[in-house]
Each structure stands twice: as C-alpha cells, then as structure tokens.
Design a protein around this ligand. Structure first.
Ligand SMILES: *Cc1c(COP(=O)(O)O)cnc(C)c1O
Length: 392
C-alpha cells in the first residue's frame, strides 16, 4: 500500500459521461462534449470563453505566440518551476530571464520590479530593454507554484506599467483565488492577459492529458482556437492562412473533464483540509516549516510542501527513497531551471532565495482521496526518518 503524492480521483460521473460520449459517436476534437467542457470551465472561472487544448504546455505556447513575443525577445520566468513554461519561451525563439522566488516559492515581485527598473531602460516602443543583453523584454510568466497564488495584483500593475504582457501559468492552481480591489476573490488565471491550465494526470482535475487557455481579449482567444486547428480557413478546400498547430482537446478527454470539473470544489476542500492538518502536525517541529498560503489569497493547496529549516542538510534523494520503501511517495522540488542543461547560457537575476530553498523542499502526499489517518501517518514517518538521519 502506497500513500501517493498526487493521483487522479475518478469517483464521479467519469464512466457515465465517457459511455455517453462513445455512444454519441463524437469522440474527436469537435462537437458537443468539447463545447460543453469549455463553457462549464469558463463559467467556473467567471470568464466568457475558454479554449481547450492538448496540454498546459500548448496553452503556454499559444499564449506567448499571441502576446507579440518575437524571436530574440526576453521573457521573465521563475527559475523555480516545472520546466514547461521555460521550454515554450524557446519554442518561439525567445530567451528566458530567470527570476527568484519568495518564501512562498512564487515569483519575487519586488525583484521583478527591481529588474525592470534598474536593469532595463525603456525602448522606442516603450517596452523595457535589458541593458545587459540589449534585448526587449516583452512578457512575464508568473507560475502559481503548488497552487498558492502569486501576488497577481502587483505583478499585473508592474506589467502594465512597463507595457509587457502577463501570462499566468495557472496549471497547478485551478480553484485558487486572489483578493481583488474590493473584497471579492478572483480566480488565478483571470488577472493576466492570458491564463493557462493543465489537466495532466497529477493536476487537481485531469482529462488524462489536456489544457485550457483563457484570456482577456475574446478576439485573441478566437485566434488561439484557429491556430490550434491548423489555422484552417476553409472547411471544404482545407485552406490555411497561417502556420497552425494540432492542439485541440478530444471529446473523450472533454467528457472526462466535465465529470472532473463537477468535483473540483470537493477536491479543493480536501486538499485544504490536508494542508491545515499538515501544518498542525508539524507545528511542534523546530526543523519543519509547511509552505503556507500567501496572505490575502485562497489556495487550492494542490501540493503541500515542507521546508527543512535549520543548518542540517537533508539528503533529499535518500530521504525520498527511504520514505518510498515505507509506503510514502514524496518529491523534492524541480531542479532549478537556470541549472538545467538547455538553459545554462541564459541570464538569471539574483537567484539567492531559490538556491537557498531548492535543497530544502519536499512535497508531501496531497491526493484528494487520502484520509486524515494517512496524512497523520505521513507526518509520523517523515518525523521519525528525520530523527533517524539526524543521529547518523
Ligand atoms: C503541469 C505543468 C505544466 C504543463 O502542463 P502539461 O499539461 O503537462 O503540458 C506547466 N507548468 C507547470 C508549472 C506545471 O506544473
């Protein structure tokens, strides 16, 4: 028996809708299932349109293409994140500039502002030019790490002030919100010019694989839909106006997505409960800190992550392996992107906090279907392994 990190929870109408989908004959990337999923997803977010895609990575790629990011431009992106957003910057021939994280693991807003003000000068089109590289900075990709929302209001203000586009990587944060100017909450993914979501197997809802793009300009979203269908202009003669992509979600996936979306509130509730429980269970450990929800935000708590504080270095690879043998699946955070082989030559800006935190982080089992008893078991095992390794 393994207590898994984050696996799908398929206890709702998944089978029913899949069967109905097969019976309907609509299995490919058009038709009522896809339309319904897009509509229900948009309505959940409180936006007027959403474009379903093959993956979150495809959503990020299209968002960059539609943000007027040109080959040779620079895009600000966290060094501490899954590599997908960084790869998409290279798909279009732009260059990443790696940014540091704050203590919630999210983009450090202060440093972003500082970089744009001190390291850049305004170009002829008003967009910042990086003094070091001479390149134009045209976009920023905040990632809501492990579901905790970034400081979206400030980031959007900074972006607008400098005339750059903001593309939210909300792939981990479906169900999370931030405070708006009033007291009401707005969902992550809806504050930037674009928001990108993923329905990969380990995300809070899954379609097996899939993604969604939302955005603040409806014409641009139409364009995204067009580009995702090979930029087809004419249905009969297959005329294509541009180089397009095959990025459409299938109906089978959409049917799964509809069933999953019905359950999102329950999933968020469970994950938030586990997060709270972990905080309580580790509150008596001087060496452990649970990365919490940033103030003024509501997090889906997709993955709860522990930070090993103090001077002692934990051998994370070994720690994960031993926990695995004891039936508990955990994971260190991703290797920092500025240290990944394809990105060694790109600029990073004052990455000290990410470098400090990176060897100290461990994500704990957070699957929605876990029981409170299993969470307690995780805490007991993590604590006792830490104590054991301390005496060696
Ligand atoms: C999962 C994830 C993605 C990519 O989503 P896919 O659907 O797997 O392409 C992008 N960014 C982050 C931060 C992710 O966690």
């Amino acid at each position: 028996m393994m207590i898994p990190l984050s696996i799908p929870c398929l206890q709702g109408n998944e089978k029913k809708y899949l069967n109905e989908c097969l019976d309907s004959g609509w299995v490919s990337s058009a038709g009522p299932w896809v339309n319904r999923f897009e509509k229900e997803f948009a309505s959940y977010l409180g936006v007027s349109d959403a474009v379903s895609l093959t993956s979150g990575t495809a959503a990020l790629h299209l968002a960059l293409l539609l943000s007027d990011v040109k080959p040779g431009d620079e895009v600000l992106v966290p060094t501490l994140t899954f590599i997908a957003p960084v790869n998409t910057i290279r798909y279009i021939g732009a260059h990443p500039v790696f940014m540091d994280c704050d203590d919630y693991l999210n983009l450090d807003t202060q440093k972003v502002a500082e970089f744009l003000e001190k390291e850049c000068i305004p170009g002829t089109d008003g967009k910042p030019i990086n003094r070091k590289s001479g390149r134009r900075v045209s976009a920023i990709i905040p990632v809501h790490i492990f579901g905790h929302p970034c400081d979206l209001r400030s980031l959007r203000e900074i972006s607008d002030q400098h005339g750059i586009r903001m593309i939210e990587d909300a792939t981990e944060s479906l169900g999370s919100s931030v405070g708006s100017n009033g007291n009401d909450l707005v969902r992550t993914g809806t504050v930037g010019h674009f928001g990108c979501f993923s329905f990969n197997g380990n995300k809070i809802i899954t379609t097996g694989g899939g993604g969604m793009l939302v955005g603040q300009n409806l014409d641009t979203l139409k364009k995204a839909r067009y580009l995702s269908t090979q930029a087809k202009d004419d249905e009969i003669f297959f005329e294509h106006g541009e180089v397009g992509y095959n990025y459409r979600l299938t109906s089978i996936q959409a049917a799964l997505g509809i069933a999953q979306l019905e359950q999102i509130d329950g999933f968020v509730k469970r994950k938030r409960l586990f997060h709270k429980l972990y905080r309580e269970l580790f509150s008596d450990s001087s060496w452990a800190h649970i990365i919490g929800e940033p103030p003024g935000t509501y997090s889906n708590c997709w993955l709860t992550t522990l930070e090993f504080k103090g001077d002692r270095r934990v051998n994370l690879r070994k720690f994960v392996e031993v926990l695995q043998l004891r039936g508990i699946q955990t994971r260190p955070v991703w290797k920092l992107n500025h240290q990944q082989r394809p990105f060694l030559d790109y600029q990073g800006y004052r990455l000290d906090n990410a470098e400090r935190l990176y060897p100290r982080l461990l994500s704990l089992p957070s699957s929605s279907h876990l029981t409170e008893k299993e969470i307690e078991e995780v805490a007991i095992q993590v604590k006792s392994l830490y104590e054991e390794t301390a005496t060696h």
